[in-house]
Design a protein around this ligand. Structure first.
Ligand code: IPM
Ligand code: MG
Length: 357
């Protein structure tokens, strides 16, 4: 059986880290006889430079047909002056919405070898294993109306709409309850129900769903408190479910608990389990082209792809074990470097994972 994987390197460090992930995926493809066919496409700033569009129709068509997508990162200062609809980020957001990738899974796991790389005390983070389930195709990111308008008198006013329908809340809720069932049975729904009506409804629907999952213990937390609890006592969390914007913010915060955002993979799934897999970090233009970026989040995203979209659990575990092994060997990219470890480049890290496979 042949399955197609669309690689979208994008911008900044994207091409460097995706190259390493592709090598690793190629190797498990051979080792486990997965029958994966890789192709490459343009998205983000790279696509704007070539075609004038952040999401060329050719890329979108191929993405729809692919069994899974691996994306590096999009964006950079050279495109920041473009109008919102033409920015690199629209390439990513367009893929998410056109493929209806509403369920974003962002696991924050602390590798024991990296306990000292976390900015928190080792005892606060050791053993940390949180799954953030972020709604990805709704909320304030996509709500209409939006824009900047001119008021009488000439003053400009910017506005966005934070909006969720019941069905959108219900489908992300189900993903989160099911994730909790497969983990430690605890789900914390994060909202701002003391201020925002849209999240009062969110809370209501989560309560309603809880009746279908008696084995899951549901709790609720306001987002400001959740941000605080994540740095105070992060191990209280098992699965967190939240809307698009809160999930964006809390997942960066959770990433840092694990030592570096360079370690965090993600999966974005639709109801057919077709998925796009990307590191949680951005394009890091400040270090692009220097060969020092951490490719592990992208490599681990490849493992998530094998697990969630392609049903290849063994190959996924092999990649994860190989990553753990190179960390055991003391190899570190700059972002996770600590005393006594050996600093390596992006490529050396990729090669080490290959060797460990
Ligand atoms: C992320 C990123 C994106 C987001 C940006 C690049 C549009 O921060 O995947 O977390 O805000 O969703
Ligand atoms: Mg983000």
């Amino acid at each position: 059986m042949s399955r197609s994987v669309l690689m979208l390197p994008g911008d900044g460090i994207g091409p460097e880290i995706v190259a390493e992930a592709e090598k690793v995926l190629n190797k498990v493809n051979d080792q486990f006889d997965l029958g994966l066919q890789f192709e490459t496409g343009l998205v983000g700033g790279a696509a704007i430079d070539e075609t004038g569009e952040p999401l060329p129709s050719d890329t979108l068509e191929r993405a729809k047909k692919a069994d899974a997508i691996v994306l590096g990162a999009v964006g950079g200062p050279q495109w920041d002056k473009l109008e919102m609809a033409k920015r690199p980020e629209k390439g990513l957001l367009g893929l998410r919405s056109n493929l209806e990738l509403f369920a974003n899974l962002r696991p924050a796991i602390l590798y024991p070898q990296l306990a000292s790389a976390s900015s928190l005390k080792p005892e606060v983070v050791s053993g940390l294993d949180i799954m953030i389930v972020r709604e990805l195709t709704g909320g304030i990111y996509f709500g209409q109306p939006r824009g900047v308008r001119e008021l009488d008198g000439g003053e400009r006013q910017g506005f966005n709409t934070y909006i969720y329908s019941e069905s959108e809340i219900r489908r992300i809720g189900r993903v989160a309850f099911e994730a909790a069932q497969q983990r430690n049975g605890k789900l914390c729904s994060v909202d701002k129900a003391n201020v925002l009506e849209v999240t009062v409804l969110w809370r209501e629907i989560m309560e309603e769903l809880a009746k279908d999952y008696p084995d899951v213990e549901l709790s609720h937390m306001y987002v400001d408190n959740a941000a605080m609890q994540l740095v105070r006592a992060p191990k209280q969390f098992d699965v967190i479910v939240t809307g698009n914007m809160f999930g964006d913010i809390l997942s960066d915060e959770a990433a840092m608990l694990t030592g570096s955002i360079g370690m965090l993979p993600s999966a974005s799934l639709n109801s057919e389990k077709q998925g796009m897999y990307e590191p949680c970090h951005g394009s890091a233009p400040d270090i692009a082209g220097q060969g020092i970026a951490n490719p592990l989040a992208t490599i681990l995203s490849g493992a998530m792809m094998l697990r969630y979209s392609l049903g290849e659990e063994k190959a996924a575990e092999a990649i994860e074990a190989a990553v753990s092994k190179v960390l055991d060997q003391g190899l570190r990219t700059a972002d996770i470097m600590s005393e006594g470890a050996k600093q390596v480049s992006t490529r050396e890290m990729g090669e080490a994972v290959l060797a460990a496979l």
